[in-house]
Design a protein around this ligand. Structure first.
Ligand SMILES: *Cc1c(COP(=O)(O)O)cnc(C)c1O
Length: 446
C-alpha cells in the first residue's frame, strides 16, 4: 500500500513546515513519519530510515526508548504540568539539582523555557538587566561571532549572523558588535581585543563553544576559547555559551565548554536536554548573576520574564532519566569511539571524492562540505535526497551535508551512513553529468 502521497497532500494542505518552501514541499518527496524506534524513523508506508540527523539534532539516545517512555508515563501519573511562576514542582527541582552537579557554571540557577531560541532570549535579557541591577550604565550591547546561529526569535536573530534567507528581518534586528567567524583563525584574538576596546558598552559576549553548528559545522580549536573568556573576566563582561547544539554529549564531553576550559556566566541549553522527547530548554545563570537580581519583593530588580511551559513536568521527568542513562550506558564513551570510526571512514571514503571540499567532525557533530559544480546551488539537497532514497535520513545546510547521528549509534550504522553518503555523492555527480561512470573516484563507492 502506498499511503505516502495521500499523507503528503493532507500535510501540505494544513501544515506549514519551518525553513521549507511550501510550494515545493510535496514534490520533494518528504517522508511522513508514522512512528520511530531506536535509531530509525518509519514512514506511513512502513519504510525505515536511519535518523542520521537525530531529528534535527535533538535526539540523543534513540527514539521510543523504553526507559524514557516509562519516565514520561510515571510522571503522567503525577501530573503533566504546573506553572513555575511563583510556585515549584518536585520533578523540576530534582532535574535542576541533577543538572547543577554537571553544568560548567558556578552555583548554577536554572530558568527553563521551551525552545533554544527562547532560552537565548532569556540569557540576553538577563545579561542586559544584570548591569542595570548593578547600577552600571551603558552596558547595552552584545558581541557575537561571524556565522553565529542562536535561533529564530528577534533577539536571537540579532546576535546571529543572518543567512538562511533571514536578511529581510534586518530592520528588526538590534545592532551588535561582530567578531569574525571561526573560519578566520584570528577570530578569538580579534574578539578578545574587541572586548577590551568596547568593555564599557558590552553586556555580554555570546559564543557557540567548539562548533558553530548552523554555520555548517565550523570548528575551532578548544584552546582558543580561553582567551575570550579571559578577556571577559579581565574587563568584567559576561560570557554566554550557547550549547543548544553542543550540549549533552554531542562533542564528546557532556558540554563543549568543558573541553574549552571555559565556565560561562550564562549557559544556554536546549535540543538534547530532553533526549529529543519534548520541547524544553534552560538558561543557566551563575550564582553571581543570579544574586544581582535579589532585592525587595516586587522591586525592579526582579526578572520580569517567564514562559507558560517553563519547567514542564513531563519534559523535566524525561530529562532527568536521560541524564541517568547517559551515565548508565556510558554514552560519552560511545560518542568518542564512534567518532573515531566515523572520522577514519570519512577520510578514506568521502574526503578523497572530487565532489567533496572538506570534512569536519567533532564528536558526533559532522559536516561534509561539497564542492558543487559552478552554478549548482542544490547539490546539498540532491545528495541528501539520494541518501534518503537509500534509507538514510540526511538534511543539508547549503552545500554542507550534516552528519548528526544519535549518540548511541553503532559501528555498523556508522559504516552504513558513510556507505550511503559516498554512494549518494557519486550518484548525484553521475546524474548531473559531472563524473564519468569510469571515473577512478568511483572505486571508493560501494
Ligand atoms: C538550534 C539552535 C538554537 C535554537 O534552538 P531552537 O530550539 O531551534 O529554538 C540556538 N542555538 C544553537 C547553537 C542552535 O543550534
Amino acid at each position: 500500500m502506498d499511503d505516502g502521497p495521500v499523507w503528503t497532500k493532507r500535510d501540505a494542505d494544513v501544515v506549514w513546515h519551518g525553513f521549507t518552501q511550501m510550494s515545493a514541499y510535496a514534490e520533494s518527496s518528504p517522508i511522513v513519519v508514522d512512528r520511530a524506534e531506536g535509531h530509525e524513523l518509519i514512514d506511513v508506508d512502513g519504510n525505515r530510515y536511519l535518523d542520521a540527523i537525530s531529528s534535527l539534532w535533538v535526539n540523543t539516545i534513540g527514539h521510543h526508548v523504553p526507559e524514557l517512555d516509562q519516565a514520561v508515563r510515571d510522571q503522567l501519573e503525577r501530573g503533566a504540568h504546573s506553572t513555575m511562576l511563583g510556585n515549584g514542582n518536585r520533578v523540576v527541582i530534582e532535574l535542576a539539582e541533577a543538572l547543577a552537579e554537571r553544568v560548567p557554571v558556578e552555583h548554577p540557577h536554572f530558568l527553563f523555557a521551551s525552545d533554544g531560541a527562547a532560552a537565548v532570549e532569556q540569557a540576553l535579557k538577563i545579561a542586559f538587566q544584570y548591569w542595570v541591577n548593578r547600577g552600571v550604565t551603558g552596558r547595552t550591547t552584545f558581541l557575537a561571532f561571524g556565522g553565529a546561529y542562536h535561533g529564530d526569535t528577534v533577539g536571537a536573530l540579532s546576535v546571529g549572523d543572518g543567512g538562511f534567507g533571514t536578511d529581510l528581518f534586518d530592520p528588526l534586528r538590534f545592532p551588535v558588535l561582530r567578531a569574525p567567524g571561526f573560519a578566520d583563525p584570528q577570530c578569538f584574538e580579534t574578539a578578545a581585543a574587541m572586548v577590551a576596546e568596547h568593555a564599557d558598552e558590552l553586556a555580554a559576549v555570546i559564543v557557540e563553544p567548539l562548533v558553530q553548528g548552523a554555520a555548517g559545522m565550523q570548528l575551532a580549536p578548544a584552546g582558543a576559547f580561553a582567551m575570550v573568556a579571559e578577556a571577559c573576566r579581565r574587563h568584567d563582561v559576561l560570557l554566554i555559551c550557547d550549547e543548544v547544539a553542543t550540549g549533552f554529549g554531542r562533542t564528546g564531553t557532556l558540554f563543549a565548554s568543558e573541553q574549552c576550559g571555559v565556565r560561562p556566566d550564562l549557559l544556554v541549553l536546549g535540543k538534547g536536554l530532553t533526549a529529543g522527547y519534548m520541547a524544553q530548554s534552560a538558561t543557566v545563570a551563575s550564582g553571581a548573576v543570579f544574586d544581582a537580581f535579589l532585592g525587595p519583593d516586587l522591586s525592579e530588580k526582579t526578572l520580569y520574564h517567564g514562559h507558560s511551559y517553563s519547567g514542564n513536568a513531563l519534559a523535566c521527568a524525561v530529562a532527568l532519566r536521560h541524564l541517568e542513562l547517559l551515565d548508565e550506558w556510558r554514552v560519552l564513551d560511545n560518542v568518542c569511539a564512534r567518532s573515531d570510526e566515523l572520522r577514519s571512514l570519512l577520510s578514506a571514503r568521502v574526503a578523497p571524492l572530487p565532489e567533496v571540499r572538506e570534512v569536519r567532525l567533532q564528536g558526533l557533530m559532522g559536516g561534509v562540505e561539497l564542492a558543487p559544480p559552478a552554478g549548482e546551488s542544490r547539490w546539498g539537497r540532491l545528495v541528501c535526497a539520494a541518501a534518503v532514497q537509500r534509507g538514510v535520513l540526511l538534511r543539508p545546510l547549503g552545500d554542507v551535508v550534516v552528519l548528526m547521528p544519535p549518540l548511541t549509534i553503532t559501528t555498523a550504522e556508522v559504516e552504513r551512513i558513510v556507505d550511503v553518503l559516498a554512494d549518494a555523492i557519486a550518484a548525484t555527480a553521475l546524474a548531473s553529468g559531472k563524473r564519468r561512470p569510469d571515473s577512478p573516484s568511483d572505486a571508493t563507492a560501494p
